[in-house]
Design a protein around this ligand. Structure first.
Ligand code: PBG
Length: 332
């Protein structure tokens, strides 16, 4: 049936008369439960320090992180993603420290989960915090070797699961790693550990501030991640990536970055209809936050950016602004 829509029977402004009406017919609603706060924790550190390229974002010592997490939870958020900043002296070409059962991230996860058992904790899997060359994997003849890297990622994942991570999130873009990690989880009795795959992760310039935050930028130098992260021009390939990861056993898939890739988020959600997350990455955040701090952009621009990501189809969003936006939504 085609409905004839004609003025003045139809006056769309009737439903825009006031804020309560606008809210009543709102198609997209962002809540605290849709938000995940990434947090940087730094080894052998007992303070919090500002990350230069990410205004209002800090590296925390583990004790300071526990206080911060309490604040995140009381803002209404239930989930965090932890990223370690490890001692430079512990980095080597193989990222060996990642496989130390008592390394900083594993002991930190343990502490955090002991203090906050209900908190959903997401742990990143990749070698870049641990390698002296800044790549996400093991180099052979100066190239990241897929299969050798997978062996290490499987073991890294098992340690993170054992330390208490609820969700293990491979962010490295090696082929086949989801299947291998899932197999190992089934075998080693981690059958309920959730796999969140960074399935469509693009080789983006928007990761710049993050690399400063975890101090991998200087190690990486001019080298790029273009042999494993996706070409920013590709749509079909992202669907291909996602379909493989679902088949291999991913429970949740992620698109990253978010705002420059809303078309991908929408297509992934429509095509596969599985839980789909989006990561508003460091460069997206810093761009908005800096403009807001300078008074060039209204503060509401941050919430608008997150609503646009939710509207595109994301079920949950990682954002450095999560805590502040959550407070804003809940009027805390
Ligand atoms: C590590 C990793 C990166 C991000 C999350 N995990 C950086 C990269 O791939 O170089 C980026 C997050 C951000 O920019 O906020 N593999």
């Amino acid at each position: 049936m085609t409905v004839e829509r004609k003025f003045p029977n139809t006056r769309l402004r009737r439903l825009r008369k006031n804020l309560n009406l606008i809210d009543l017919v709102s198609e997209t609603n962002l809540t605290s439960k849709d938000l995940i706060q990434p947090i940087f924790i730094k080894e052998n550190f007992n303070e919090k320090e500002q990350i230069q390229s990410m205004p209002g974002v800090f590296r925390f010592g583990i004790d300071q992180a526990l206080t911060e997490i309490e604040e995140i939870l009381s803002s209404g958020i239930n989930a965090i993603a932890v990223f370690p900043v490890i001692e430079a002296t512990k980095k080597d070409d193989k990222g060996s420290e990642a496989l130390n059962q008592n390394n900083f991230i594993n002991t930190s996860i343990n502490k955090i989960k002991q203090e906050f058992p209900e908190l959903i904790l997401i742990a990143d899997v990749a070698l870049d915090p641990y390698t002296d060359h800044g790549h996400d994997g093991i180099l052979v003849n100066n190239e990241v070797d897929n299969d050798k890297t997978n062996e290490v990622l499987v073991n890294q994942s098992l340690l993170l699961a054992d330390a208490g991570a609820d969700i293990v999130a491979p962010s490295d873009m090696m082929d086949g790693r989801i299947g291998l990690i899932r197999q190992a989880f089934e075998k080693e009795n981690f059958k309920d550990t959730i796999l969140l795959s960074y399935a469509a992760k693009f080789n983006s310039k928007f990761y710049g501030p993050f690399r400063e935050a975890v101090k991998s930028a200087s190690s990486l130098g001019n080298s790029s991640k273009s042999t494993y992260q996706m070409n920013t021009s590709n749509i079909n390939e992202s669907l291909h990536e996602v379909s493989l990861d679902i088949r291999e056993g991913a429970d949740i898939v992620m698109v990253k970055p978010a705002m420059p890739y809303l078309d991908i988020i929408q297509m992934v959600k429509n095509e596969f209809k599985v839980p789909t997350f989006a990561y508003q990455v460091s460069g997206e955040f810093s761009m908005l936050k800096n403009a807001i701090d300078l008074g060039w952009l209204d503060k509401g621009g941050m919430l608008e950016s997150l609503i646009s990501i939710k509207r595109s189809g994301a079920d949950a969003i990682l954002s450095y602004a999560a805590k502040d936006i959550s407070k804003e939504i809940n009027k805390i």
